[in-house]
Design a protein around this ligand. Structure first.
Ligand SMILES: [Fe+2]
Length: 138
């Protein structure tokens, strides 16, 4: 089962980061389908670990992009990443310790966070990149 469908409104126009976002959606879907198919805790744990590892890699890539381009919204953006990352890694630890369960609410939260973050916070970076390209051609 698919939780989140990719669509072109999610494209921000920075190719490397768009590819990362597609990969994140695909990993999230893969956790979800394993969950709906009734995978056991260790199977779920390893795919959750993969999702979180990739999230960290992707956030670092975005943060590097913002530094390299002296992006003015960098602080607020990094803060959003940190808050989210803290929350999901806390869940990961709780899940591994047997103190938390995967729930539909959690999937809803993840899907919602990713969509809203891409459409607002990441898309603003995409607009900045476009303006930068335009002014370079003036
Ligand atoms: Fe981001």
């Amino acid at each position: 089962m698919t939780l989140m469908f990719w669509n072109d409104s999610l494209v921000i126009g920075i190719e490397e980061l768009d590819e990362h976002h597609k990969q994140l959606v695909s990993l999230l879907n893969s956790v979800y389908s394993n969950f709906t198919l009734g995978a056991d805790k260790s199977g779920l744990s390893s795919i959750i670990t993969e999702l979180i590892r990739y999230t960290k890699y992707h956030f670092s890539a975005e943060e590097k992009w913002m530094k390299d381009h002296q992006y003015p919204g960098i602080e607020k953006h990094i803060e959003e990443h940190s808050r989210f990352y803290e929350r999901v890694s806390r869940f990961q630890n709780d899940f591994a310790a047997g103190n938390a369960l995967l729930t539909l609410d959690l999937f809803q939260f993840l899907q919602n966070w990713l969509t809203v973050h891409i459409l607002n916070t990441d898309a603003a970076m995409g607009r900045f990149a476009r303006e930068e390209r335009l002014s370079a051609h003036q």
